[in-house]
Write a new protein. Structure first.
Lengths: 122, 403
């Protein structure tokens, strides 16, 4: 079963990425986590995302595109990356989520992927 | 065979086998709602077939086959199924051996219902519906919740189990104690809170005490090495033993200390004591064993004629360490007062969070007793009135007003 692991970060942790003093520890935590998942062979794919300042949100209202600087949700925690993992069940997915560095200061959301669309007329 | 007899047999099978059948049908698909629908179709088919052909040797095996047919049908987007094959399968099912040697998947179902990914407030209702087959209205009634909202939340919880990939298996060894605690908590909530003062919903007609005890027995049978499961069942049986003594002939509430011990059910008490002894042997004295031990001390009054308040005080101290809930801490204060230590009782009550005791009936009952003991009668009366205003059970309300 495939799950998406949506990893959020706080502004503080986003800042750690570029802070010469904090960055090594920050990245070491993620490298260890991702390495462990890779070793276990559960990663289908995954990426980190540039910080929220780089986000642009688009909505079309009354036929007009509205482009907004910033992410779609204004909240303290913002999406920082994602993984698609292949594991037998939610319990296993949660066990992996618990090991994500951000789980202890931000949050990890787990959602199953939709199954493939049934072929029409089949 | 007449229709009434067939209906009776079908209802009987549906009641006793509901949880087992849903568990079997859902264990692969994780689709509890789908399993329940399939079972309802099987039940309807039984009402058509059994009056004509007689009740099969194993109604459960027959219902399982019919329900699997219904599930397959639903899976094929309701394409017309080959009626001849279906009939043949049902005829074979009529000859099946009784289902006693089936694996019992109900425990897996219980653990799924009490999964941490399921909203905590819906776990107990979910268990009662899925494993025991109670309808939403009955559950809502017993747990004081709105039936419509309850129905929706049950549907949502089942959809989550189907789609979110919850593990349909017993927890692994290291997870077992924490996960089991969730299951026990939910069963205890179904049994109802208090038996000697607070809410007595579970004791009322339509309450869920019997169902909770049935689940407790299932857990003890399936998890013989879990002392806390024994503790919970022992606790419920001790409380259940006093059912007949809790009201007098006029229906008035009788508090535990004034109950006529001759009215206590000896068989339930003996069973509870045995469970408590078995459970205590494991050397881990958890929350429910502790609560059962407290009830065991009260039960001893039936033989000794007195209550060992020192033992109660000790057990409440232990319980407060294990499970420092508002209920436990209030009960501990009451035990301290009973043990003749009003100063400790006063300190224990004073330590409770003021915002939470405002609407907590047992707190005001205990506070009234303490103030009365201290001779502060006007304040005691004030506390008693607050307790009356917070009481749901009319018999207890009357009792507090007369007291």
């Amino acid at each position: 079963m495939q799950f998406m692991m949506l990893l959020t970060e706080t502004a503080t942790e986003f800042a750690h990425r570029d802070d010469p003093e904090k960055a090594p520890a920050y990245w070491a935590g993620w490298t260890a986590f991702i390495g462990a998942m890779a070793q276990a062979g559960v990663i289908v794919r995954g990426d980190g995302l540039q910080p929220p300042y780089s986000a642009t949100t688009l909505r079309i209202r009354d036929g007009k595109p509205l482009v907004q600087d910033g992410p779609f949700a204004d909240s303290k925690e913002q999406l920082g990356g994602y993984f698609i993992i292949e594991v037998p069940d939610l319990d296993t997915a949660l066990a992996w989520a618990a090991r994500a560095p951000s789980a202890s200061y931000a949050a990890v959301e787990i959602r199953p992927l939709l199954p493939p669309m049934p072929s029409l007329g089949g | 065979m007449n229709e009434d007899a067939a209906r009776y047999a079908a209802e009987q099978a549906a009641r006793t086998a509901h949880g087992r059948l849903v568990a079997r049908l859902a264990s692969r698909s994780r689709d509890i709602a789908g399993a329940e629908d399939a079972l309802a179709e099987a039940f309807a088919a039984a009402l058509r077939h059994w009056p004509l052909r007689g009740v099969p040797a194993s109604p459960e095996a027959w219902l399982l086959t019919a329900a699997r047919n219904a599930q397959r049908n639903a899976g094929r987007h309701r394409r017309v199924q080959n009626a001849a094959i279906r009939d043949l399968e049902l005829r074979q099912a009529e000859l099946s051996a009784p289902a006693s040697d089936w694996p019992d998947d109900r425990l897996k179902l219980l653990f799924v219902c009490a999964h941490p990914a399921i909203d905590a407030a819906i776990r107990t209702p979910l268990m009662l519906q899925v494993v025991l087959g109670l309808d939403a209205a009955r559950i809502a009634n017993a747990l004081l919740l709105a039936p419509a909202a309850m129905g929706q939340r049950l549907v949502r919880a089942k959809a989550k189990i189907r789609d979110a990939g919850l593990r349909f298996a017993l927890p692994e060894r290291e997870e077992m104690p924490a996960r089991l605690a969730e299951v026990l908590e939910a069963i205890y909530a179904a049994y109802g809170t208090g038996w000697d003062g607070a809410g007595t919903l579970a004791q009322q007609p339509g309450g869920l005490a019997e169902e909770a005890i049935a689940l407790g027995r299932l857990l003890v049978a399936e998890l013989p090495d879990q002392p806390e499961a024994k503790g919970l069942l022992a606790l419920m049986l001790h409380c259940e033993a006093r059912r007949g003594a809790r009201r007098d002939a006029e229906g008035r509430f009788v508090p535990l200390v004034r109950q006529d011990t001759r009215l206590w059910a000896r068989a339930s008490m003996a069973e509870a004591e045995q469970l408590l002894m078995d459970g205590a042997r494991a050397g881990r004295f958890g929350r429910f064993l502790c609560e059962a031990a407290i009830q065991s001390v009260h039960a001893q009054r039936a033989t000794t004629g007195r209550t060992d308040h020192a033992a109660l005080r000790l057990l409440y101290d232990l319980l407060a360490e294990q499970a420092p809930s508002l209920g436990v801490l209030t009960a501990r204060a009451a035990a301290l007062l009973e043990a003749g230590d009003p100063r400790a009782a006063e300190a224990a009550l004073a330590a409770l969070p003021a915002a939470r005791v405002v609407s907590y009936q047992p707190f005001w009952v205990t506070r009234a007793a303490l103030l009365r003991h201290q001779g502060r009668l006007a304040e005691a009366d004030e506390a008693r009135r607050r307790a009356v205003g917070l009481t749901e059970d009319p018999a207890i309300r009357d009792f507090l007003q007369e007291d």
